[in-house]
Design a protein around this ligand. Structure first.
Ligand SMILES: *Cc1c(COP(=O)(O)O)cnc(C)c1O
Length: 386
């Protein structure tokens, strides 16, 4: 059998062997509870402290500004829910964008059902949140603005510094879901004016089930979970020490290799994008043409169904994803594709190929070899074409 080709790195990534090695002792010999006073407890505490410093360094935060969570989803929930609950006496309006990950969007909608006022900002056809659109949505009751750094489906990167500065001028705090960008793009929370930032380990070659929330010093944020006093009383529950150690190591490696990985991914993605667009007619790129995540290729093929493309690619050992119908268990294309203003019939044929550090030029060539035939076959079968 030919080697499988994995091009779904925005969904998850494999654990880097260096990360895994770092984690192993914390499952076995070094199993202490970081809250214990004894030798083993102290050892676990030191491991967590080291990881916290590694994560903080990657985004120019102070270690005390990082709390570990069970992942990006929990960090998003805590930032949005806890901040709004704690500050509702000063105003109950929050703002987000139409292309957020469900972990943000559904959390905001949950608050809206509880009586908070929610504004969901539209985006441009390239997926950008425009400064003046945010400006107009802000009002004295606005407490929180949550806009993602890089989009997981179409790769568009927002101008976070500008959006944060506009939010601050109106008296709101700024949260960003940086799950797709942390470790891949330079982030400086201070220079960018970020008040809260969510990140996740498994998108950057760390283990699943761990992430973090950066909370700028001075921001008061209660815990979402109640119980023990872990994470300075901001996140109750015994720390997942092996996972936290792995996340720390993944951050250190991401920082070390960021520039070189980005350059490689950009080259491969360029080759893949251009190859697709020049060999397959009636195809369009989704997302921003230049302001995009390194290694992210997202396209729509007219007259075909995204899920069928995925199944045929899978039969060639190529793993990708789609924002089209069915894959999400729903009949509608993803909220992101619709927010870009793509008509249903085009959004239905979406394909997302997200490259990772271990993909090669041969992987790209293999996709370029089989994809035109797949699309041609599906179009021949499509009632929309005839
Ligand atoms: C994957 C992802 C999340 C969820 O993170 P988990 O750690 O899987 O909970 C949130 N936001 C974005 C943009 C993501 O890509």
């Amino acid at each position: 059998m030919t080697r499988p080709i994995y091009m779904d790195h925005s969904a998850t990534t494999p654990v880097d062997p260096e990360v895994f090695n770092e984690m192993i002792p914390y499952f076995t010999d070094r199993f202490g509870n970081a809250s214990s006073i004894h030798l083993y407890g102290q050892d676990a505490r030191r491991a967590i402290d080291k990881a916290r410093a590694q994560v903080a360094h990657l985004i120019n935060a102070a270690p005390q500004e990082i709390i570990f969570t069970s992942g990006g989803t929990e960090a998003d929930n805590q930032a949005i829910v806890s901040y709004m609950l704690a500050n509702q006496n000063k105003g109950n309006h929050l703002i987000t964008s139409a292309i957020e990950h469900h972990a943000v969007l559904e959390t905001c909608e949950h608050l809206a059902k509880q009586g908070f006022e929610l504004t969901v900002l539209p985006v441009t056809p390239e997926g950008m949140v425009e400064a003046d659109v945010l400006q107009k949505a802000l009002k004295p009751a606005s407490r929180l603005v949550s806009i993602m750094h890089a989009n997981n489906e179409v790769g568009t990167i927002q101008d976070i510094k500008e959006l944060a500065s506009i939010s601050h001028a109106a008296g709101a705090v700024f949260h960003t879901d940086a799950v797709q960008s942390m470790g891949k793009l330079p982030i400086d929370v201070k220079a960018m004016g970020i008040d809260m930032l969510s990140a996740s380990s498994h998108k950057i070659y760390g283990p699943k089930g761990v992430g973090c929330l950066f909370i700028r010093k001075g921001i008061r944020l209660p815990s979402l979970l109640h119980g023990g006093g872990q994470e300075r009383k901001l996140r109750a529950g015994t720390e997942n020490v092996p996972a936290i150690v792995g996340f720390g190591k993944a951050c250190e490696l991401a920082e070390q290799h960021m520039a070189e990985r980005a350059e490689k991914l950009e080259k491969l993605a360029h080759r893949l994008r251009e190859g697709i667009l020049t060999t397959i007619p009636n195809t369009r790129l989704t997302g921003h043409p230049s302001q995009r995540l390194p290694g992210s290729v997202s396209v729509c093929f007219q007259f075909v169904e995204g899920e069928s493309i995925l199944l045929m690619l899978d039969s060639f050992g190529i793993m990708a994803s789609s924002g089209s119908a069915c894959t999400s268990g729903s009949l509608d294309p993803s909220h992101v594709l619709l927010a870009l203003g793509l008509p249903h019939e085009i959004a239905h044929g979406s394909l997302r190929l997200t490259l990772g550090k271990d993909n090669t030029a041969e992987d790209v060539d293999k996709v370029l070899e089989v994809l035109p035939g797949i699309i041609a076959t599906l179009r021949k079968m499509s009632p929309l074409c005839n």
